[in-house]
Write a protein that binds this ligand. Sequence first.
Ligand code: AMP
Length: 294
Amino acid sequence: MDVCPDIVSIRAFVSAARGSGNPVVLVPTMGALHDGHRACVEAGRAVDGGRLVVSIFVNPTQFGAGEDLDQYPRPLERDLELCRAWGCAAVFTPSAAEMYPAPQRTWVTVEELSVPLCGRSRPGHFRGVTTVVAKLFHIVGPDEAVFGQKDAQQALVIREMVRQLDMPVELRLAPIERDPDGLALSSRNAYLDASQRRRAAGIYRSLCGAREKIRGGERDPNAVVTAVAEELARGGIDDVEYAELLAADDLSPLGHVEGKVILAVAARVGTTRLIDNMVLNVTAAGATEEPVLF
Ligand code: AMP
């Protein structure tokens, strides 16, 4: 496995892979790898002959003031071992200085889709995400790129960026990888102490409760969201940033629960901010859970 610490070396790797006729598949990450990242690598393996490139970069521009940029875990040696074990062909580990020649004046912004949900509570977050992903796409030039359903709004924002800026890359989504009690895997779960970790499972329980309510015939989005809030409170999660049920393709509000919908939750357990979501296809016949948005 090639470890490429700068732009020149990853470009050399990619042009050699291209030269031998292999497509390049990029999995962008911030490191502190876990089985959710592995799910993305696995999804990338579906690309025939694909050479898998994982990027590990804790992207400063997607963190707001007072967020956890400085404490974000950076276990690089362990991450490289995992990438080796997962059969990756290369890992790109650029420095912040090389990724952001100062002063930063050029940004990529996707309007509207970046506004609700996490956009509301983390102003500037998606601008940081789209800017770094655009840069990674320009640097690596992947044929395909894999993102996780865990960050569903991010996936929609990136899909729109790719569509509107004519970026020649196919996107794939990996389903959410969960612990046995349902908690979605996240690098931030490491911040939770034992009692917070137990409470955190309430987030997934609240999504499952809402799914059952919809399956039971509830079609009023407010009633579904109220049920989510009640279940979160029952589980001792009282710092809820949002719990919303929206149209899955454009995150627009729903008057009535039907079609492809996404139920999205962000909540703080202790000081740790956790997000999760569930996609449902709701028809007269019932509600089927979908593993990914697209
Ligand atoms: P991060 O390192 O947290 O920025 O995540 C890198 C990629 O892994 C993103 O596309 C995430 O959506 C994806 N990812 C993170 N956690 C999970 C999970 N539990 N299941 C599936 N994908 C995930």
